[in-house]
Design a protein. Sequence first.
Length: 191
Amino acid sequence: MLGRKEPVSVLLQAQANVYHEKKEGWNSMLIAAAAGRSMITGFCLEVQADVNRVNSKGYVPLHMAASYGYPQVVLLLLQYKADKDVMSPAGTALSLASERGHLKVIQMLLQANATVDLTRQEDGKTAMHCAAGRNQVHAVQLLLDAAADIDRPCAEGFTPIHVAATRCCVETCRLLQLQRPAARKVAKGSR
């Protein structure tokens, strides 16, 4: 059913509730977004769905599409005015995409002016912490290009380079170290 418009059309015409949640908090919109089904997501949005409705677990469809790396669904949700900065228990759409290295999604969210340095309440981590801790070097570079704060500590006091170092993310440590003013002077002087 996930890829077919006809069954969904019949259900929506019968006034089926797209927000009805299973025990785990999943509803039709979240499932369609998490599965990358842009046609079904779009159809639900056209008919009745609220793009920013938070489920019982604290997630919106944009979190799912960003987390699983579906740029077409992300674009559709943004076109329907999805709140790009809404916080879930696991972070914003940007931090979820950054942690998993979904570069196209990161670029789209940044182009849509997602706030780069929002912190999760649970641990104070930003998208940069999330990307650095998973050695997502290209995601880290995109966040650096968007002026992400590399010196912001999380709740434990760790900056993104500390998070990368504790997880043996050598490439990310090198990239972040090059962002330090002293490192930039040395790099320029050694040419």
